[in-house]
Design a protein around this ligand. Sequence first.
Ligand SMILES: NC(=O)c1ccc[n+]([C@@H]2O[C@H](COP(=O)([O-])OP(=O)(O)OC[C@H]3O[C@@H](n4cnc5c(N)ncnc54)[C@H](OP(=O)(O)O)[C@@H]3O)[C@@H](O)[C@H]2O)c1
Length: 124
Amino acid sequence: MLAAHSASKAGGADAAALRPVALITGGSAGIGLAIAREFAAHGHDLLLVARDATKLEVAALTLARSFPVRIHLLALDVADADAVTRINRELLESGLTVAWLVNNAGTWLAGAICDSRPEDLDTA
Ligand SMILES: NC(=O)c1ccc[n+]([C@@H]2O[C@H](COP(=O)([O-])OP(=O)(O)OC[C@H]3O[C@@H](n4cnc5c(N)ncnc54)[C@H](OP(=O)(O)O)[C@@H]3O)[C@@H](O)[C@H]2O)c1
C-alpha cells in the first residue's frame, strides 16, 4: 500500500502502537532502492528519504506494484541542518518507529579522499 507521507496522524500514540519501518535514506535509486526492495519483499513497511520527490514517487509506485507494504516518502536533503528534526516529525505524525536504519544517501566521489574539496565531502 502506498501511503502519503502526511497520512495517519498518531498524535501521542504509545510506543506499542507505533508501526515499525525500515528508514532508508537515498531509497529512491541505486543501492538504497535495491535495499528497499529487499525489505519490502520481506514484508516490512518503508520510509524512503531522498531529495527529489518525483523520483521517490516513481520508486514507491514501482515497489507498490510488487509488494503489499506501506511506503512512506519524505523529500529532503539529509545534509540540511533540520533534516533529523523533519524525519523525527514525520515519524511522530505518521505513528512510525524506526526498526531498521539504512543510512545510505550520498554521492560517490572518485579519487583519493585527501584530494577532495571540503564542499564535495559535505555533499557526499
Ligand atoms: N555505487 C558504488 O559503486 C558505490 C561504492 C561505494 C559507496 N557507495 C555509496 O553508496 C551510496 C549509494 O550509492 P548509489 O550508487 O546507489 O547512488 P545513486 O544511485 O546515485 O543513489 C543515491 C540515492 O541517494 C539520494 N541522495 C543523494 N544525496 C542525497 C542527499 N543529500 N539527501 C537525501 N538523499 C540523497 C538520491 O536521491 P536524490 O538525488 O533525489 O536525493 C538517491 O536516492 C552512496 O552513499 C555512495 O557514496 C556507492
